[in-house]
Design a protein around this ligand. Sequence first.
Ligand SMILES: Nc1ncnc2c1ncn2[C@@H]1O[C@H](COP(=O)(O)OP(=O)(O)OP(=O)(O)O)[C@@H](O)[C@H]1O
Ligand SMILES: [Mg+2]
Length: 430
Amino acid sequence: MSEVFVKINNKQLGPLNRREIKNLVVNGEFSQDDLVYHEDMQEWVAANQIDELRTIFSDDQKQQRRKTVYAIGGGKGGVGKTVLCASLGIGLATYDHQVVVVDADLGGANLHTCMGILEPEYTFYHFYTLQRERLEDICLETPVDNLKLISGACGTLGFANPRYSQKVRFIHQLRQLDADYVLLDLGAGSSYNVIDFFLAADEGILVTTPDPMAIQETFNFLKIAIMRRFVREFRKKPAVLSVIDQYMYSEPGKMQFTMDDIIKDVKEIDDEASSYIEHYLANYHPHLILNMVHSSKEIREGDSFRMAAHDILNVDVDYMGFVEFDESVRKSVKELKPFVLSNPRSKASKNLAKLIAIGMLKKSGWTSIKEKRQVLQNFRAESADYPDTNMQESDTICSVNCFYWGDCEYQEGGYPCPIRNLDPIFKRHG
Ligand SMILES: Nc1ncnc2c1ncn2[C@@H]1O[C@H](COP(=O)(O)OP(=O)(O)OP(=O)(O)O)[C@@H](O)[C@H]1O
Ligand SMILES: [Mg+2]
């Protein structure tokens, strides 16, 4: 094939040979819908219309193993997205699935800490700065067989808002990872970065606690995600877009519309677009996990959420299950161990085993009980081998040599310092 010109994000590049184009495809920077200048036809055509290029895309697809990408999000901070991501990953990995857990919390990466991996050799930083070209090059082994980790770039400025092309490269390569399940741990909030990752996944899991503020925030997150989907879908239909925009940018606190309102308004100007919206909503089934549940009354908040999503958003949410509030989860975070391994007999571990068996692996009836028991057994077997990161006792002994000696109200010479027990996560060496 002779060299060709291509257009990416309206920017012309080239002339490029086949190998250079293949590199762009592998990096997720060029897709089959992007434009290529066709010399014979003397016009710009979609890349998949050119025979020599079509094979690049089919090679690329062949490399992709069948996998499910789950995004774990929900808007509210501190509801347990990260701890659930780690423990869900372990549950699926001990079930003999190949799993990669990915820290996609660009502003506050901490999945690695939650797993006791304090100094990840590679992080998103190496991928972002092109020191490592492929996402699989920054995949880290974890102490659990079949489970790998892609660590976020913690403590580094400038990653909270990657450029669009970097996001596309990241999302494209997620699909190339050699795994059965990829679990993305998203950050809090409903910024476009978070929402775009949520929508890019095959399956979205909303995590919330049962308190009204968290439920409300999660509901708004879902609403914004759906609206963002429509904005992207109708970017070439300005009239439809302006209807969506009117609803989306209504006065703060007045996002009281229903999807039926939107469908009705869109139908008046574009029948095809309103059918698309109806079809999309009928086929969109985000999942829901309720975390830190205190009572059976609170468990039912999941059903209330489902009903509201059905009535207002025309979406059937799959309520996957719940995890009770359990002090052992907090303790496990301090031990830097995923909770299902720190205490596999805890209430929370049992809840999670049920959630994996029924909610994720879709077992039912007697099989679900058997599978739940199997998941718990796997947790117990795995917990024996998971390394300890000793955070409980500080190595630093209180003494006159300390800079704060004389001023510190916790001073107790000769005993371990109670304040510097977190040193391992601050990476204060020497
Ligand atoms: N089931 C539970 N019972 C008790 N405590 C819990 C439970 N689940 C999570 N927690 C606690 O909640 C805290 C926040 O959890 P986590 O960091 O996973 O939340 P997050 O949603 O990822 O937060 P962020 O949005 O800031 O990333 C942790 O300290 C954890 O111990
Ligand atoms: Mg988190």
